[in-house]
Design a protein around this ligand. Sequence first.
Ligand SMILES: NC(=O)c1ccc[n+]([C@@H]2O[C@H](COP(=O)([O-])OP(=O)(O)OC[C@H]3O[C@@H](n4cnc5c(N)ncnc54)[C@H](OP(=O)(O)O)[C@@H]3O)[C@@H](O)[C@H]2O)c1
Length: 245
Amino acid sequence: MNKVALITGASSGIGYATAQLLAENGIKVGLFARREQRLKTLAENISKKGGKALILKGDVTKRKDVENAVKEIIKEWSHIDILVNNAGLMPLSFIKNLHIDEWDRMVDVNIKGVLYMSAAVLPYMLKQHSGHIINVSSVAGRRVFPAGAVYCATKYAVRAFSDGLRCELTAQEKIRVTTIEPGIVKTELPNTITDIEIKEPFAKRTAAMRPLQANDIAKSILYAISQPDYADVAEILVIPTDQGT
Ligand SMILES: NC(=O)c1ccc[n+]([C@@H]2O[C@H](COP(=O)([O-])OP(=O)(O)OC[C@H]3O[C@@H](n4cnc5c(N)ncnc54)[C@H](OP(=O)(O)O)[C@@H]3O)[C@@H](O)[C@H]2O)c1
């Protein structure tokens, strides 16, 4: 596929696996995250296998970083076809414990990061009359669970924003929009949990099931990208068989 993609949160988990898989399928990938060393390792792996990758060190909560990353991509490859808004964190906590700094951080990264990145690519996609924005929400964007109120709120917001993008831009501007909604995937995501009342129970619950692997979600993303231009895969909800709901 002769396409160019920008992937946020490419330094680990779902973003890392997605970058690898898209590159294996001939897509040029811009790798965006804060941990540069990890991006370097990934870029080297991609290039050893004959793929093309560009390291874009940055923070999705910083508009300048986001805008510069998109400019870098345009400078290098002159167009942008796919944005995978994947960066996120999940410091679950019970509301009564008032982890307000973590609420702020989730709003900033999980919601505002998605808005900033979308705003940065849209002028190019509008000019091209083509593009594909893929937003990684979650099963938590469909149902709320104890200790997940704020995380779920951010993932509901991502799904709402995706629906809004689709309403305004898909038929009119030929910009496709896909929401990816994974259940539990084995990644570093739970490392951000600090509320001791949920950290242990969450770890026990996930240890009791066979989780999805990051590459399972990468394959869903590739599926959405691989459809013909006239088909927009609006949503993909994938859960571990053991999770059930
Ligand atoms: N794992 C699951 O069970 C699961 C289920 C449903 C949905 N999701 C969603 O999937 C997405 C990816 O999560 P994951 O499971 O792959 O977790 P992960 O392994 O912890 O990856 C999170 C990624 O987000 C990046 N990130 C965090 N804050 C950032 C910031 N301010 N600026 C730029 N990048 C930032 C991290 O990179 P740096 O730290 O290097 O910046 C990292 O690459 C998230 O949106 C998550 O909510 C995950």
